[in-house]
Design a protein around this ligand. Sequence first.
Ligand code: NI
Length: 169
Amino acid sequence: MALLTLLFFPDARLQTVAKPVPTVDERVRRLVADMLETMYEAKGIGLAATQVDVHERVIVIDVSEQRDEAVVLINPQVVWTSSTTHLNEEGCLSVPGIYDGVERFDALTVSALDAMGQSRVVQAEGLLAVCIQHEMDHLLGKVFVEYLSPLKRNRIKKKMLKAQREEAR
Ligand code: NI
């Protein structure tokens, strides 16, 4: 396994729309293992392949306290969403230190393949539901700050670029 390099907002590569995984093979299983390692190391609760500059529809999530309930979603498709939504405070490994409210469905059902290529249906609510929606946005090239006002987004963009310049020094 290996740690992967994260992309940080406003890197344009985060806007790439991911392609479906053609076959769940060893290559994809290695990607999943590396993404899980990277997510746990960064203390995140979810990671989309887009964030490690791999533009295929792969997501890993673990919202458990013990960090031992990995959820792997390959080629996820939303099959149902609740009629109700709520405002949830979100953060993102690609936008470190920034947290803000995003409106999300309270619950949803997705179908996807797991790391063995088996199809599965996941019914999610609470934090898992929010996380799935956040990560599926990444696969469409969308970072959560794009839901915020242009003013807020520009402020975040400037802050990120400044931090990245300072780190590069
Ligand atoms: Ni994110």
